[in-house]
Design a protein around this ligand. Structure first.
Ligand SMILES: C[S@@+](CC[C@H](N)C(=O)[O-])C[C@H]1O[C@@H](n2cnc3c(N)ncnc32)[C@H](O)[C@@H]1O
Length: 121
């Protein structure tokens, strides 16, 4: 079984896929001053829960980009059920076929290793 298939199964009862809560996501939206003139892009948008919360609370428009077909399907279904499909667009992104360049996280780890020594990171 492929890793992304395992993710689909493990997350079947989840809406937010981050160690956070709807209340915190809404607090971020308030802090950012999101409103009906805002357009938010969520790269790696999962099941569109952040965009849904912000669209319902603050009236944003937005775009979700997600690589897993099942997540895109769930997200589009949710947006339709919530009457948001006209305001939130969802793009299925094909998985990369070549290895990705180092991400900021891996760069940060490399920096931490250089600075602190491999044993502490
Ligand atoms: C931690 S989840 C967060 C989902 C959502 N933003 C949330 O908070 O509920 C990250 C998502 O990014 C997607 N993802 C990872 N790499 C991606 C890429 N290169 N392009 C598009 N989506 C990606 C994963 O499939 C996963 O659904």
């Amino acid at each position: 079984m492929k890793f992304l298939d395992l993710k689909d199964i493990a997350e079947r009862d989840m809406e937010l896929v981050n160690p956070t809560s709807a209340e915190k996501v809404l607090a971020v939206g308030r802090a950012l001053g999101l409103n009906a003139a805002s357009r938010v892009i969520d790269f790696g948008s999962g099941y569109a829960e952040m965009l849904t919360l912000w669209a319902e609370a603050f009236g944003i428009a937005g775009d979700g980009v997600e690589l897993r077909p099942l997540a895109c399907e769930r997200a589009r279904r949710k947006l339709t059920e919530h009457g948001l499909a006209d305001r939130i667009q969802f793009t299925a992104r094909a998985p990369p076929t070549t290895p990705s360049p180092p991400t900021p996280t891996t760069s940060l780890l490399a920096w931490a290793r250089r600075s602190c020594g491999a044993a502490t990171v």
